[in-house]
Design a protein around this ligand. Structure first.
Ligand code: HEC
Ligand code: HEC
Ligand code: HEC
Ligand code: HEC
Ligand code: HEC
Length: 319
């Protein structure tokens, strides 16, 4: 009963928040920028290195995170994109992709929706350039050509979930109410002038500190809005339906950015602090002698009772 009541109150609170949320400082939907025609152009549009000058610590933290190399990955992601093309796109009879030259932005969106959402601002040539670059990188790595591989790896990593992907493109979720992100504005928790030369304004993104912000890419299950739904990350679904539903109250940001003290170096088990925050393990063990039967006699046996309690805000591992 108490649980039902808490859920009801949580529900009322959530609904109230939605309807009375202060409007953010987005604006009317801006005209789209001309499509980027090369990897270099797209990387330049979302270049995070221009923020270093004034946000050095944040930049250092971010560059340690997987967000800073979101299509290269650990580096497991780039090769898996190729697998998805070879074993998926090219084998599906109605995908329209038989050769690399048939690849389009739309066909890569089954991965890029979350790994590189800004690809929707580029031409199909950029989609094909990405695939060719990953292939060349894999070839150079396999052939032991280290310098060439390193340069290509840098090109792949130049496309990433950088500052302006989170603080502009993905910053505002309810666009009918809060408006569309404007090109000259960084979205955070303050409003006013911003010292940057071209991005001269700061405005409030109402949900940047809420779990729903991360949920945009961290998945609930199959991506049904795509012609061919893919499924990769599901942490946000697990967060909502397992953690919050059982009374969990912390946000992604609270655990991953604040409690972990990692800030923008958003990590998982690869980081020791996160690994420690992940599970409680209790082990009870006892040994005894057991008289089994006449032939085998007395045997030493051990009874080990292991309890693992998941303290993360979702199932682990994910994906
Ligand atoms: C624009 C999409 C996007 C947004 C927004 C986003 N992420 Fe991610 N995140 C990713 C992708 C994609 C990866 C994996 C990159 C890779 O390795 O291929 C990732 C990686 C991670 C990882 C590391 C996972 C691992 O296996 O080590 C954590 C933790 C994480 N994100 C948490 C968050 C949190 C918390 C937020 C909100 C503050 C957030 N993310 C916002 C897309 C996003
Ligand atoms: C719903 C958003 C979403 C989609 C769509 C998506 N991914 Fe992911 N992917 C993520 C996130 C977030 C992570 C990291 C966190 C995790 O593992 O939960 C991730 C992790 C990965 C990883 C492991 C990362 C690493 O660095 O080792 C690989 C590989 C991967 N994705 C490949 C793909 C491929 C290939 C596709 C397309 C077929 C794809 N993903 C589609 C969001 C997505
Ligand atoms: C994956 C999404 C993501 C990326 C990428 C990202 N940020 Fe943030 N940033 C956030 C979130 C979420 C918050 C609010 C955290 C909170 O709730 O306290 C934030 C907060 C901030 C703040 C406010 C102060 C603070 O540190 O909390 C600044 C300044 C900032 N980010 C700058 C940057 C810069 C510069 C970059 C690029 C180097 C960057 N961010 C990249 C998600 C991101
Ligand atoms: C010339 C210096 C300068 C440059 C360059 C710069 N910023 Fe800032 N930024 C500031 C200052 C100063 C503030 C206000 C900081 C404060 O009051 O905490 C700020 C605030 C912000 C905030 C709002 C933080 C909050 O608390 O809500 C975000 C987000 C942000 N910057 C992102 C960026 C990004 C992304 C870039 C690169 C595209 C960038 N900044 C480049 C100086 C700069
Ligand atoms: C109560 C704290 C807590 C909350 C809330 C939380 N996380 Fe986590 N998360 C953790 C811990 C601890 C780990 C490390 C365990 C691990 O990686 O296996 C982790 C791991 C992850 C991973 C890596 C999963 C993997 O395969 O190991 C991703 C991705 C992630 N979190 C994203 C999110 C997102 C997105 C949210 C919000 C929707 C969120 N987390 C909410 C504590 C939390």
């Amino acid at each position: 009963m108490k649980k039902t009541l808490t859920t009801a109150i949580a529900c009322i609170a959530a609904c109230t928040l939605v309807s009375f949320n202060a409007f953010g400082a987005g604006g009317p939907k801006p005209d789209p920028l001309p499509k980027a025609r090369t990897i270099a152009e797209l990387a330049q549009r979302y270049d995070s290195s221009r923020c270093i000058e004034c946000h050095e610590e944040t930049h250092d933290q971010w560059s340690e995170s997987l967000h800073s190399k979101s299509i290269l990955g650990s580096p497991r992601t780039a090769p898996t994109i190729i697998t998805a093309i070879e074993k998926g796109l090219k084998l599906f009879p109605y995908s329209g992709v038989k050769e690399d030259s048939d690849i389009t932005v739309e066909s890569l969106m089954m991965c890029m929706k979350c790994h590189l959402p800004q690809l929707d601002e580029a031409t199909d040539e950029v989609a094909r350039e990405i695939v060719a670059t990953i292939r060349a990188w894999m070839k150079a790595s396999n052939a032991g050509k280290e310098d060439e591989a390193e340069a290509l790896e840098e090109t792949i990593a130049s496309l990433n979930i950088g500052c302006m992907v989170c603080h502009n493109k993905m910053a505002i979720i309810h666009k009918y109410a809060d408006g569309y992100p404007q090109y000259d504005t960084v979205y955070g928790s303050q409003e006013g002038e911003h010292e940057d030369e071209t991005i001269s304004k700061m405005a409030i993104a109402p949900a940047l500190s809420e779990s729903i912000f991360c949920g945009q890419c961290h998945g609930q299950g199959p991506n049904f809005e795509l012609d061919h739904p893919s499924q990769c990350a599901t942490a946000y679904g697990s967060y909502l339906f397992a953690y919050v539903a059982h009374g969990g109250s912390e946000s992604c940001q609270e655990c991953h950015m604040h409690k972990s003290e990692l800030g923008h170096n958003i990590q998982s088990y690869q980081d020791e602090t996160m690994a420690k925050m992940a599970v409680d393990v209790t082990v009870h063990a006892r040994s005894l002698f057991w008289r089994k039967n006449k032939t085998e006699g007395v045997l030493p046996i051990g009874i080990i009772d292991v309890e693992i309690y998941n303290k993360a805000g979702h199932g682990i591992p994910d994906g």
